[in-house]
Design a protein around this ligand. Structure first.
Ligand code: DX5
Ligand code: ZN
Length: 214
């Protein structure tokens, strides 16, 4: 069963408590929190404060997706606030190798995210270390964009590399995921599905169930 990670970006913030309770009654075990800086991506939204609040109110795994330039300090703050998985875009950090080690030293899971324009081979030397590879299936920055079908091949390549080299990472996809595109990703080897609009712009429990049963 794939892990489903509903993306907070699409939630109704005025009903957040109720929506999280609904998610907790499903098989979704993650909550995806996008953190953006208005520089690396042209949008600004959540930060470590909401991560801290979420930590106090839910046992869901906080799957934090950090889209900021020079992410070192933000990552440490989000980790201290209770983020469980810290995934960043390696091109935003001067020393991504060290950053992965620092995240793991805190007892957290470290992930790296691949923009649609960046090949897995660009960061081949990070793959043995990481706990999660996030294959972006849209260009990062906004919810509600259309899934990029060409990324399915990248998911398959990430799976192949993991098999060939005995790596241990989960493969997560993020952007434009619904039951149909999610199925393509699961078939290719993804085991963590992030979904924002699909989950929150419909009946939450039903939509999550349609993904957990893929
Ligand atoms: C986009 C974010 C996604 C976003 C996905 O940069 O990383 O997590 O919330 O939203 P949907 O599922 O609507 O494409
Ligand atoms: Zn995300």
């Amino acid at each position: 069963m794939p892990i489903v990670s509903p993306s907070l970006l699409a939630a109704d913030l005025f009903k957040l408590g109720d929506q999280i309770k609904l998610i907790e009654q499903t098989d979704a075990s993650y909550l995806h929190v996008d953190i953006m800086d208005g520089h690396y991506v042209p949008n600004i939204n959540f930060g470590d404060k909401i991560v801290g609040e979420l930590k106090q109110h839910t046992a869901l795994t906080l799957d934090c997706h950090i889209m900021v330039n020079q992410p070192e300090q933000v990552i440490m703050d989000v980790a201290a606030a209770g983020g469980d998985i810290l995934t960043f875009h390696p091109e935003t950090s001067a020393h991504p190798y060290r950053l992965i080690q620092e995240i793991q030293r805190l007892g957290k899971k470290a992930g790296i995210a691949f923009d649609p324009g960046i090949a897995l081979s660009t960061y081949a030397d990070l793959l043995p270390l990481v706990d999660q590879v996030l294959v972006m299936t849209v260009s990062p920055g906004f919810g509600g964009q259309s899934f990029l079908p060409a990324m399915v091949e990248k998911v398959a390549a990430a799976k192949q590399l993991r098999e060939d080299n005995d790596y241990h990472y989960d493969i997560e996809v993020d952007g434009g995921v619904n039951a149909d595109t999610g199925q393509q990703c699961v078939t290719a080897g993804a085991n963590v599905l992030v979904a924002g609009s699909y989950v929150f712009k419909g009946e939450i429990a039903e939509r999550i169930e349609s993904l957990t049963r893929l």
